[in-house]
Design a protein around this ligand. Structure first.
Ligand code: FMN
Length: 138
């Protein structure tokens, strides 16, 4: 059994450092996630991050702790956290998708639904992330 964590957060990287800043995050994440047997996806809208990670419960708990303490983002809102029976991102230590207006609208939508307690949109956001894997980095 795996745990998975899906959240949305607000980027706090300086405007002139977005590209380098996100690249730094992805580089470290790919290596550490591989070590922790974690797979997942990170999507950046230009203002918000949304990330789905999955793996052994102890690994997800350790990563959640690091990620929640990271000052490069704020307002971390958990959409889903808990056990899940299969990996969605098998083979992807962290798929990454860059800024997109289409995605930004979906993230806002999912966030609003999560706040109002609608489970459907949370799943649809996870599926959206899965759809980006083809463009990501393994
Ligand atoms: C939006 C965002 C997503 C992140 N995702 C991951 C991740 O998937 N894996 C990871 O190891 N670190 C990730 N990090 C970086 C961690 O917060 C942390 O800096 C890194 O894991 C090193 O952890 P440590 O400082 O506790 O040693 C992310 C940071 C941000 C801001």
């Amino acid at each position: 059994m795996f745990d998975r964590w899906l959240y949305v957060s607000t980027c706090q990287l300086a405007a002139g450092r977005l590209e380098d800043g996100v690249r730094d995050i992805v580089e470290v994440s790919v290596l550490r996630n591989r070590t922790l047997d974690v797979t997942g996806a990170l999507l950046f809208t230009g203002q918000k991050f949304t990330q789905y990670i999955e793996g052994p419960p102890a690994s997800i708990a350790a990563l959640k702790q690091s990620i929640c303490q990271d000052s490069r983002h704020s307002s971390i809102t958990t959409l889903t956290y808990g056990p899940f029976d299969h990996r969605r991102f098998l083979g992807w230590s962290l798929a990454y998708a860059g800024p997109s207006r289409f995605v930004a609208a979906k993230v806002e939508d999912a966030l609003n639904s999560a706040i109002s307690g609608s489970e459907d949109k949370t799943e649809s956001l996870a599926e959206l992330l899965a759809g980006f894997v083809i463009d990501g980095h393994s």
